[in-house]
Design a binder for this molecule. Structure first.
Ligand code: NAD
Length: 467
């Protein structure tokens, strides 16, 4: 798996589902399309493999997870190139090399995180211990924006806790996840981790299948709702990481020059295609023009282009339909009289799904670009005078994944952060996830936590031993 060509050859099949490079529109490979029979076979094999895997114990599973992370490191360049070609993000900056580094880090952290039984009662009345054991087979369904990284978020903790995993990647980015499977399966026992590529029908078949003790889903709120309904009969445990529309609030004491870099990347990382990206920015009136100008400079000086070009720091949108969503939201804002500070004029005739970095201001609080998730490089910047009003708008939507508060006074920022309805509120940064820090949404952004000890507990089943 040392070269891109070898890695691609290992996962592409003649006559499969065509996968295109979003920067050039060229077909780069063909992914297998799993049938219902394939699903039956793979779930059966996973159930058998899971028992032996669980019996290995934490220490041996952790050793194998670390070996899997080493295998990822050895194939890092090839995997990064495949991600860039399939998903679009650049090799450089916070792009595909960064993504592959995250995969190895998440696997290693899942291996290293201790989870000891907890004594919850120990007195004259008796004693009780809470422990966590393997759930069984985990069904994991993923999105297209960070295909390999999010796969590792689902895979590492699930394997560590003694589960087997059957994973369905997004139909837009199957090759990166199939490739990750090829790489880690050089060291994992057969049947413990299987990637089955297919479309949404395969995902729907998985969510109704009785063989899964746990389903982990990362994707849109609408699909999350369908999964809750489809899983009602079998009652697997669920972790749902769904869409967001993260607000950022810039307090009057912030320093626009000091925060511009993190503000920009908070919104534009992966060309805005990140669940917990900054998607609407509320700036105090006194700083509004300075923040807009600082962000405009970042937008102008940050190169966008084909991911394989080393100088690119932003890439195309992964799908043509995502391009249309972003384009439509910006066009509606323009027609309603909002001011486009930079961007907003894509070259529709050029190859690829490139949409330029775009900032829109003087926009109404209920504009579609503000209240709908754009999932792309078009940031609305709203002016506020009264903090209560900004908080009301920030909390006014039915999602709550991430949020951020920007200030030169960390204590003040924390006080404001506590008033924001979101699973994570960052201070002077946005979207920075860490494998030891629990992450999850509230409201329509889903439920269940990933990462750290909480993430291990979430892919296991609790058992109380009471005497
Ligand atoms: P999507 O919901 O359309 O698809 C996600 C996955 O679900 C794909 O693999 C798809 O094939 C599958 N699927 C579709 N219909 C299904 C069904 N009925 N049953 C089971 N599976 C089904 O989402 P997407 O377009 O791939 O991703 C974009 C969305 O994901 C955005 O809204 C984004 O905010 C969200 N997202 C959230 C997180 C997070 O951690 N919260 C991370 C990344 C993306």
């Amino acid at each position: 798996m040392d070269t891109y060509e070898n890695l691609l050859a290992a996962v592409t099949v003649p006559g499969g589902h065509a996968v295109t490079d979003p920067a050039t529109d060229e077909v780069i490979g063909h992914a297998p399309v799993a049938t219902p029979d394939d699903l039956e076979r793979v779930v059966g094999a996973a159930r058998s493999a899971q028992r032996e895997w669980d019996a290995l114990g934490h220490e041996e599973r952790s050793r194998l997870l670390n070996a899997a992370a080493d295998a990822v490191d050895r194939s890092a360049d090839a995997l990064a190139e495949l991600i860039s070609r399939e998903q679009g993000k650049p090799l450089s900056g916070r792009g595909s090399r960064f993504e592959v580094g995250g995969v190895a880090a998440w696997l290693r952290t899942a291996a290293a995180t201790p989870l000891e039984p907890e004594t919850v009662l120990d007195d004259a009345s008796g004693s009780a211990t809470l422990r966590y054991r393997a759930a069984g087979v985990v069904g994991a369904i993923g999105p297209w924006n960070w295909p390999a990284l999010i796969a590792s978020w689902q895979l590492g903790p699930s394997l560590r806790m003694g589960n087997a995993v059957v994973m369905k990647p997004s139909e837009h980015t199957p090759l990166s996840v199939l490739a990750l499977g090829e790489i880690v399966n050089q060291v994992l026992p057969a049947g413990v981790f299987t990637v089955l590529s297919g479309d949404r029908d395969l995902g729907a078949a998985m969510t109704a299948h009785p063989g899964f003790a746990k389903l982990m889903f990362t994707g849109s709120t609408r699909t999350g709702q369908a999964i809750v309904a489809a899983s009602a009969r079998n009652l697997p445990r669920l972790t749902l990481e769904l869409g967001g529309n993260d607000p950022g609030i810039v307090l009057p004491d912030a320093d626009p020059a000091a925060i511009a870099e993190e503000l920009f990347w908070g919104a534009f990382i992966n060309t805005g295609q990140t669940c917990a990206a900054l998607k609407r920015l509320y700036v105090h009136d006194s700083l509004h023009e300075a923040v807009v100008e600082a962000l405009r400079q970042k937008a102008v000086e940050t190169p966008m282009g084909r991911g394989l070009d080393e100088q690119s720091l932003l890439g195309p949108l992964t799908t043509a339909s995502q391009f249309d969503i972003v384009d439509g939201l910006v066009e509606k804002a323009k027609s309603a009289g909002a001011r486009v500070v930079v961007g907003g004029e894509p070259d529709r005739a050029a190859p690829g799904n490139f949409y330029p970095s775009t900032l829109v201001t003087d926009i109404s609080a209920d504009a579609p670009l503000v209240v709908e998730e754009q999932f792309g490089p078009a940031l609305p910047i709203l002016r506020y005078r009264d903090l209560d009003e900004a908080l009301e708008q920030a909390n006014g939507l039915d999602v709550g994944l991430g949020a951020s508060v920007w200030s030169s006074d960390p204590d003040r920022a924390r006080q404001v952060a506590e008033r924001v309805e979101a699973g994570t509120v960052w201070v002077n940064k946005h979207g920075a996830v860490h494998p030891m820090v629990p992450f999850g949404g509230v409201k329509g952004s889903g439920y269940g936590m990933e990462f750290g000890v909480e993430g291990l507990k979430a892919v296991a089943v609790p058992q109380v031993i009471s005497s």
